[in-house]
Every structure is written in structure tokens, then in C-alpha cells.
Design a binder for this molecule. Structure first.
Ligand SMILES: Cc1ncc(COP(=O)(O)O)c(C=O)c1O
Length: 445
């Protein structure tokens, strides 16, 4: 696959052109390491195209990505999935519209509701008792929410979630298509799903719009992402670019864009074989984990993630993470009841061997008892936007009973917002805030 942006930049550097354009480092940092990288860090000058009005090397590179993902069109983001989430919602809703959203939404979704004055109606994901976290978002829950809220303009959900649980996107897409409502998927953790032996990418399975944080699971610099449009979804590339331009910087990082361009070559080349190899390795790792009492997260799990239910082997999550850390294995995330490891084909054989050895040596203890937990969704008494921009005061949690939250608080586990701006603080919520070590918060004056 060709790499038009990379080719253009190589040629630009080869010609030794004097840089009378931004950025100020001119590709010539005093520090040698930065100097080497910075040669590729340019601005939208002649020939380098323009991210929000692409017609040259960036357009060609985005079209390459669209072919790889089988989309109607794909746009690059230098602002991660956050920019993708903002764009999907701005493309699908108008101020004041209702969005049906699974409660395990990332902060970027709630912030966008505040920015665009959207009214989320929350859908409760299933609860995964064993791990003490939110699980799949079921088609049935979405069908019920759609029946109760015919005014909803879109259905929004996160899949895979941070721990690797994947929802039934094909089933959810059928429900949304039946109701003629768009399905928007936060696929921040799933850019690689298209390249697994079984293609699990949301666009393949029927999502209308979907954003990927390419940087989370593929060899792309932090901040690099995609906004994909399904072939059947009548959204033009120009519309995507104009909505993205509402939020994105007019100075996108060319280092990020370059890594997205070069990633096309990787995806068209060794990616599928690499991921097939990783999935085989993971089967072995899962077996070793199973021998220590750990169970898979759910029936539909991203096979490149390993989430260990620490309690099952008698460990507290943070202690388990520390035990691995002593063996030079750093996890992505540890909470009281689980530890998440993210693997990619860029992990070395040495990394995998270290992980195998650690799993073999891990002392197994009697399982710990877990408190039965459920998350409740507090009553929203004000729209997110109104509450987010209203005058506030900070109060200790003890004094917050009956007050209206002026901010959103998210704590893992279970990766679900504890409360969203505009929601009322009742006894249950007050207890949960204390349990989550939150001692004070902003409430409306
Ligand atoms: C589920 C989910 N959605 C969205 C985001 C935001 O993605 P980005 O950091 O690429 O903007 C994250 C980041 O961690 C995430 O975990």
C-alpha cells in the first residue's frame, strides 16, 4: 500500500527546503533526538494538504484507510477518539436532542453532551458479578429504551469497553435499523478488531458511525484515531470534516498523521498474520491464567486483552499488579478486583515469555469473597449542559445530600460514571462517593 504523506515528507526533507513556515523548531531542535523526529513535524504548508479540507496526500491516505476498514469513508483524527466522539454526536444530533447512551460511557461523551446540549437517557449495561464491573449492552435493553423514547436521535455505546468486553453489535445494529436510529459506537479500544482472525470491528457488524483510538492498539502515535462511516450511512466526508473542525485544532500534529499514514502499510501487510499469531499466544496465556483460577471476562472478549479477576486467585487487584510489577510487567490498569493487561503484536517474545513465567509462578490463594455490587443511576434533575456551566461551590461529601452535582465524577471500577453533572445526590450516591474515596465535589449554588 502506498504512503503518500510519508513519501511527501521524505521528499521534502531530501530536498533540504528552508523552513519559513511553522512550527518554530524548523525541524532543527538543539536536542539530537528531538531534532531527528522533528524533521517530519511540519504544518499544513504547500503539498502537505489540510486535515479538515483534504484534497491531496491526506485525502489519499484516508482513502487507503477507508479501503482497509471497508467503510464509506474514514477521517483521521489527531485528537484521539475524543474528537471522534464529538464528531459522531455533532453529526447525529442537534442541541436539545435525546441520545440513548449506555451508562459506561467515557468522560468525552458526557463532556460532549455539555458542549452540544444533548440529553442522555441512560441504558444500564448488564452487570458482570464475577468481575464486579459493567458488562455488555444488550439489544433487548436498547430495544426497550427505543420503545420508551421514540424521540431519541441516536444510540451511543462503548464497545469494547476498557476491560475488553464486547457487545453484540450486529444485534444492536438490527434493533437500531428497525427503529431508524443511528448506532454510534465508541470503539476507542478496538481499532485492531478488523484485523483479528474473526473480524469483530463495529463497522463490519453494522455500526453507522464509529471512532477508533488507533493509538491504543495499533502502532500509531498517541492521539492518532479514526472516524469511520458505514457504507450505508448517508453522511458525506465534507460533513464529517466540517463537524470535526468545530472541535479539532487547526494545527494537527503531522507526526501523528504520519504514523497513521505508515500504519496503513502495516495494516495492508503483516497486521493480519501478526494478530493471528498474537491470538494464538493469548490462548496459551489464557490457559495458564485458567490454571490459577482466573476466568475469561465474558463470552465476547477482545482476545488481545487479559483482564484477571484478582479475587478468584485470592489477590487484591493492586497487590496483584504490584506482584507483576516486581517481575518487570506493567499492567494497563489495576483496581480492587481486577487487573488489565493490553497486548499487541509489538510486544516482544521476551515480553510474552516473562508474562508466561509470571503466570506459572503466581502463588494462588483461596478466593476472596466479593461484596455483591450493583450500580444505580441517579435521578437527573437538570440537563448536563445547564449543570456543567452553572455557578458552583465545593462541598464535602457529608454535606452534599440533596444537592445537584455540578460536575461529573467517574471512577473505575466499574468504569461507569458515579454521577453526572445535573444529577441529584441521594443517600446511595453519597455512600458510593465515600466508598470511592471522593471527599468533596462541586454542587450547584
Ligand atoms: C472507552 C474510551 N473512549 C474514549 C476514550 C478517549 O480516547 P482518546 O484518548 O483517544 O481521545 C478513551 C480513552 O481512554 C476510552 O477508554
Amino acid at each position: 500500500m502506498n504512503t503518500p504523506l510519508a513519501d511527501f515528507l521524505e521528499e521534502h526533507i531530501r530536498q533540504g527546503i528552508s523552513r519559513f513556515y511553522m512550527p518554530g523548531h524548523k525541524g532543527n531542535f538543539p536536542d539530537p533526538l528531538l531534532r531527528e523526529i522533528s524533521r517530519y513535524d511540519v504544518t499544513e504548508m504547500n503539498g502537505a494538504d489540510s486535515l479538515f479540507e483534504p484534497e491531496g496526500v491526506l485525502l489519499e491516505s484516508e482513502e487507503n484507510t477507508a479501503r482497509l476498514y471497508g467503510t464509506r469513508h474514514t477521517s483521521f483524527s489527531a485528537g484521539g477518539s475524543t474528537l471522534g466522539i464529538q464528531t459522531m454526536l455533532a453529526l447525529s444530533c442537534r442541541p436539545g436532542d435525546t441520545v440513548l447512551a449506555a451508562r459506561n460511557a467515557h468522560r468525552a461523551f458526557i463532556n460532549t453532551c455539555a458542549l452540544l446540549d444533548l440529553r442522555p437517557v441512560w441504558i444500564r449495561p448488564d452487570y458482570n458479578d464475577r468481575f464486579g464491573v459493567s458488562g455488555e449492552v444488550s439489544p433487548q435493553a436498547v430495544a426497550e429504551a427505543l420503545a420508551a423514547h421514540p424521540e431519541a436521535r441516536a444510540v451511543y455505546l462503548t464497545s469494547p469497553d476498557y476491560l475488553g468486553c464486547i457487545s453484540d453489535i450486529a444485534g444492536l445494529s438490527a434493533v437500531c435499523r428497525q427503529a431508524s436510529v443511528r448506532l454510534l459506537v465508541d470503539n476507542a479500544h478496538g481499532a485492531h478488531l478488523r484485523f483479528l482472525p474473526e473480524d469483530l470491528h463495529p463497522i463490519t457488524l453494522g455500526a453507522d458511525l464509529c471512532c477508533d483510538s488507533a493509538h491504543k492498539t495499533l502502532p500509531v502515535f498517541t492521539g492518532g484515531g479514526y472516524l469511520h462511516v458505514h457504507p450505508d450511512c448517508p453522511v458525506s466526508k465534507e460533513e464529517v470534516k466540517s463537524r470535526m473542525g468545530l472541535f479539532g485544532s487547526t494545527s494537527p500534529s503531522y507526526l501523528i498523521l504520519l504514523s497513521l499514514d505508515l500504519n496503513n502499510r502495516y495494516l495492508a501487510g503483516p497486521a493480519r498474520a501478526d494478530f493471528a499469531g498474537l491470538v494464538r499466544e493469548m490462548e496459551g496465556l489464557y490457559q495458564l491464567a485458567g490454571q490459577k483460577g482466573f476466568a475469561p471476562l465474558s463470552s465476547r472478549t477482545d482476545p488481545t486483552k487479559m483482564t484477571l479477576d484478582a479475587y478468584a486467585a485470592g489477590w487484591r487487584g493492586e497487590e496483584l499488579a504490584a506482584w507483576f510489577r516486581e517481575r518487570k510487567l506493567e499492567c494497563e490498569y489495576a483496581a480492587e478486583r481486577h487487573v488489565v493487561f493490553m497486548l499487541s503484536p509489538q510486544n516482544t517474545e521476551e515480553d510474552l515469555e516473562r508474562f508466561r513465567q509470571a503466570l506459572k509462578e503466581l502463588p494462588q490463594k483461596p478466593p476472596l469473597e466479593a461484596e455483591a455490587g450493583r450500580f444505580s443511576i441517579p435521578e437527573a434533575v437538570l440537563p448536563v449542559r445547564e449543570a456543567a456551566f452553572a455557578p458552583k461551590e465545593r462541598v464535602p461529601v457529608e454535606k452534599a445530600l440533596g444537592r445537584i452535582a455540578g460536575e461529573t465524577r467517574i471512577k473505575c471500577p466499574p468504569g461507569v460514571p458515579i454521577l453526572v453533572a445535573g444529577e441529584k445526590i441521594d443517600h446511595t450516591l453519597q455512600k458510593l462517593l465515600k466508598k470511592s474515596s471522593i471527599s468533596s465535589l462541586d454542587v450547584l449554588k
